[in-house]
Design a protein around this ligand. Structure first.
Ligand SMILES: Cc1ncc(COP(=O)(O)O)c(C=O)c1O
Length: 382
């Protein structure tokens, strides 16, 4: 039985292709793009995006955990996969057997990999170096211990050496990124001096891919830009200040719902939980049948807007678990089941993930990754 969804996402495959082309055009020769598809492909859908990217010349698709890697594989994705986050010791055998590339930064993990891998099916490892994020990573002092394991164990294959920038998106001052690059360079020299010919050095994410050719090395792990979103205003500004071209990225995702009720509300009546909005005049209210359960942030209460028939409709009252209300008084010819655009275009109007982020006091990354995984994703322009 086909039923009508209360809310759905449209995933524009043509925009995705355009972004890939634009990002690739920014990368230095010899640097390959690794699409980051963790966190439900930044909310766009693991398999919807995975299928569009599979076997398109990407050395890896990057995910956070083993579950995501298995989900992609079981969903028919054949591309090599790089797991960037922690893999519990008990699961390392399965990760090796599946042939995934693994980012490693614990000696315990490495020793376990020696035990569960074989010379015939070695563990495909990418060392993660600590250059200043203090998140995952091996310090300069401890790097020799890790390299020794690789020298002594045919069960381990050193496929990559990586790191991650801490302060590249949030600022136009890139001195901290430069410091991280210096540390990365020193540790890279250490790896080379220990006799390793590593095929993949990688440190760049979206911002570095767009701004700094010197960070490109062999791979660029690109997440947010792939989906047509800028990592931050500062990244966009730095890009423009470098004299580069505007408008290279196109948002891939549109998020929609519909009007589930239209009602007349009298002046002086309160709207929603907590009676946080009071009608200052007689008004027409539209009820949208999704809420914070679906990833529509409660901080948008009384702050955000949606689009109906090409016009902005302000949110009135609090976002509920499965519903919220908007003012449709000034929307001409408004009808039950009119489309409500939460992110995207309608007529001449547009609401971006960045707008929601500003209203909800967060970043575009959080807005898109938290869109409910249960909502249907429809691929357009395949
Ligand atoms: C290790 C790592 N590499 C790459 C990325 C992609 O970053 P971005 O979405 O800014 O391109 C992330 C995202 O959080 C990450 O954690």
């Amino acid at each position: 039985m086909t039923i009508t969804s209360l809310s759905w996402l449209e995933i524009d495959a043509a925009a995705l292709r355009q972004n890939i082309e634009a990002i690739r055009a920014n990368l230095s020769p010899g640097c390959l793009m690794v699409p980051v598809v963790k966190a439900n492909a930044y909310g766009h859908g693991y398999l919807e995006i995975g299928k569009l990217l599979d076997k398109q010349g990407f050395p890896f698709l990057a995910v956070h955990n083993l579950e995501e890697a298995i989900l992609l594989r079981e969903g028919g994705i054949e591309n090599d996969i790089l797991i960037m986050g922690y893999i519990p010791l008990a699961d390392l055998r399965a990760a090796v057997a599946a042939g995934f590339d693994l980012v490693v930064y614990n000696l315990e993990s490495l020793k376990k990999l020696v035990a569960v891998a074989t010379a015939k099916q070695p563990a495909r490892c990418h060392l993660k170096l600590e250059t200043g994020t203090q998140r995952q990573g091996i310090t300069e002092e401890r790097l020799p211990e890790f390299l020794k394991e690789f020298q002594e164990s045919s069960q381990l294959m050193l496929r990559g050496v990586s790191s991650h920038f801490a302060n590249i998106e949030d600022t136009t001052d890139h001195s901290y990124a430069q410091l991280q690059m210096e540390r990365f360079g020193r540790m890279k020299d250490q790896v080379i001096a220990s006799g390793f010919a590593v095929p993949y050095y990688h440190i760049a994410s979206s911002a570095a891919s767009l701004l700094f050719p010197e960070t490109h090395f062999h791979l660029a792990r690109v997440g947010i830009a792939l989906y047509g979103l800028w990592p931050s205003k500062e990244t966009y500004l730095s890009y423009r200040l470098a004299g580069k071209e505007n408008q290279i990225l196109k948002p891939v995702l549109t998020w929609k719902s519909l009007l589930g009720q239209i009602k007349d509300v009298r002046r002086g009546e309160y709207v929603g939980y907590g009676t946080t909005y009071r009608a200052t005049a007689d008004m027409k209210l539209g009820v949208v049948p999704i809420g914070y359960f679906d990833g529509y942030d409660r901080l948008l209460s009384n702050r955000g807007y949606c689009l109906v028939n090409g016009r902005r409709a302000p949110i009135r009252g609090r976002i509920c678990m499965n519903l919220f209300m908007i003012d449709v008084t000034d929307i001409p010819d408004v009808r039950l089941e009119n489309t409500v655009v939460l992110i995207g275009e309608s007529g001449d109007e547009i609401i971006r993930a960045e707008d929601l982020a500003e209203w909800a006091n967060t970043i575009n990354y959080e807005i898109v990754t938290r869109i409910g995984a249960h909502l249907k994703r429809i691929v357009t322009n395949p």
